[in-house]
Design a protein around this ligand. Sequence first.
Ligand SMILES: [Zn+2]
Length: 331
Amino acid sequence: MKTDLPGLMLLARGRWVEILTAAGMPSDGIENRRGRPCPKCGGRDRFAAFPGLAERGVVYCRFCFNKNTNPRPGDGLSSLRWWLGVDAAGAIEWLARFLGVERGAAVPRHIERRVRIDDQRDPDPKWAEIADRWFAEMPDPWRARAAERLGLPVAALNRLRVGWAPEHRSTSWPMRDPDGRVIGIRLRCPVTARKWAVVGSAAGLICPVDLRAGMPLWVAEGPTDTAALYSIGLDGVGVPSAGARADWVANLARRLKAPEVIVVADRDDSGAMGAARLVAACVTICGVRVIHPGDGIKDVREWIVGGADADDLRAVADAAPIQQLNVRCHQ
Ligand SMILES: [Zn+2]
């Protein structure tokens, strides 16, 4: 990928917190902090982010990233080199992908404005309470009927703690942060399939708290597609909308030591854009494949309800090119 470095750095200006977080650095460890454990080598107080982090992206570790190391701190790009363990070309390639720059022409990709969750503060516990209550209060026959309407087994819905929201007359789908804490609730009318969210909800990941480690992490768009994956024994996570929370998916993949991330993208423009964002965020963690449901199939749930099983999806994934960075380590 040929890129104009000054142009790239100009695009990155002001976005370094987002960029470093997307690269997998824990957001609570980098912003406005001094005297922190290093997210790379640990310790207690050896790590600091320089003032103006969003503008310039400079971080420092007394132990593993300082004036005597190669690379040494200086700008956001060297922070990326250090964090990803890549050379300058690798860091530039990663950054260009993240910023959506191709063939030397700087084309800023449309980025949805995200509300930053203040990681310092625990989420309001009311969300977990509401989710639990609605899960517990859903009568079993209703649960069975909701599952049947989706063509999915009850167990797949239970794994996501799907419940019934009486005041909204809809099924409730908890959304979580990467630590598994409920931060909001999606609603879905079982009859009309209308989708909305409880007022005040943050958009989070649709996933259970017991994702399996060391397995490929499948990524679907939305709650019902995610439940469909569980119905055939695949493990994964749903994003609230195409490509949203890609950095959280990357964090999960990292923590779960996923050997691979497999994105099942819808066959439309927003699906393609969302997949590109997931690839950009996850490609530093592990290999990423993007697959689509077959021709004429709307989404992964329809694909699975139509008879596709885990082997079918795996076969399609195996045939898809794996996207990964050519990482060259300095150690
Ligand atoms: Zn360190």
